[in-house]
Design a protein around this ligand. Structure first.
Ligand code: AQP
Length: 334
């Protein structure tokens, strides 16, 4: 059976971008004939400083967000990365396969390191090797991600191909990215050229899954736009990134195409569009927000679910890790 793997960093509160680009699709992929494995990638989160108490809370809150968005721990394996040691072990093996130059070329590394690239953690540079390990430790065949992760997925394929070539085996699959829908790149509400991100210093740039109805409505009301009326088709928004972003968000939330959305608003301005979008966003996010709060009221239950998920994940990962070590000539005597 095909096996789907994906993850999210618990490096802060999750956003509408994470929901539309990832969580909503994770839930929809369940029960479609593939095995689904979803991971809170806490080892990735610590590549930049995380305050321990905040990280602990963010891991539980991200687990609550997954479940509130419809990821069912009975149908999918849901766990946090650091509880399954195969991820870190496989990442080390891949550190010996991947080339340093591949890592320096990653745009996410360049963005996050900025001008300070000698002084970031070594983990931030090696991040894509750990991501390849997450995926290939399960020999996953497909990974649903947003547009921003495409380059890392290509690197995962490069690592798999180089491993298979160097050791003369067909051990790792060439994993396919699943980048689908109109919300593969939700943009900042303040700047249509930047993606909506949980680590953006401006809270007004994003909608958090924990925002209440008033906050959501206010952020959409204040979202940057222009004064022109809306055209009849998305083609007409080519040079209006902020407007295009709001229309795409509407389309993703209402399960329509952007053109279907625009058919309803052609000729109207944002004075009409924004309140409708706010209402739609609140209608989708309020129940998620409520369920998250219910899960968060019982952290021990979240920990139990993640622990159980980790045990199931470990059963798949460990034999694949062992076989990988064997192929590489590492001695196994138990
Ligand atoms: N704006 C977005 N639109 C669509 N999809 C998005 N994703 C993230 N932002 C958007 C998708 O969510 C998944 C998890 O991402 P991640 O948490 O592992 O890291 P990220 O891509 O770096 O997300 P953030 O929110 O920008 O986190 P920070 O600010 O910590 O770096 C991925 O599938 C991603 O594509």
């Amino acid at each position: 059976t095909p096996r789907i793997f994906s993850g999210i960093q618990p490096s802060g509160g999750l956003t509408l971008g994470n929901y539309l680009g990832a969580l909503k699709r994770f839930a929809a992929l369940q029960g479609q004939g593939a095995e689904t494995i979803y991971c809170l990638v806490d080892l990735h989160a610590i590549t930049v400083w995380q305050e321990p108490e905040t990280l602990r809370r963010n891991i539980r809150e991200a687990a609550a967000a997954f479940m509130a968005s419809g990821v069912d721990p009975a149908q999918s394996i849901l766990f946090n990365q650091s509880q399954v040691s195969a991820h870190a072990e496989m990442a080390w093996l891949f550190n010996t396969v991947a080339r340093v130059g591949w890592m320096y070329r990653m745009t996410q590394f360049k963005d996050k390191a900025g001008k300070n690239s000698e002084n970031v953690s070594l983990g931030l540079l090696a991040y894509p090797a750990l991501m390849a390990a997450d995926i290939l430790t399960y020999q996953a065949t497909a990974v649903p991600v947003g547009e921003d992760q495409k380059q890392h997925l290509e690197l995962t394929r490069d690592i798999a191909a180089k491993f298979n070539h160097d050791y003369g085996v067909e051990h790792f699959p060439l994993t396919e990215p699943l980048i689908e829908g109109v919300a593969t790149r939700v943009m900042s509400l303040r700047d249509g050229s930047k993606k909506m991100s949980k680590s953006d210093p401006s809270d007004a740039s994003r909608i958090n899954l924990t925002d209440d109805a008033d906050a959501i409505a206010q952020k959409i009301r204040k979202a940057r736009t222009d004064a022109d009326p809306l055209p009849g088709s998305i083609e007409g928004l080519k040079d209006r990134p902020e407007a295009r972003n709001l229309v795409n968000i509407h389309a993703a939330l209402s399960d329509q195409t952007p053109d279907q959305v625009l058919a309803q608003y052609e000729g109207q301005g944002f004075g009409a569009f924004k309140p409708a979008l706010a209402e739609l966003a609140v209608a989708t996010l309020a129940p998620i927000n409520r369920r998250m709060a219910e899960f968060m009221a019982d952290p021990a239950e979240i920990d139990r679910i993640l622990g159980q998920g980790a045990q199931r994940a470990d059963q798949i990962a460990t034999p694949i890790l062992d076989r990988t070590k064997e192929i590489m000539g590492l001695l196994r005597s138990r």
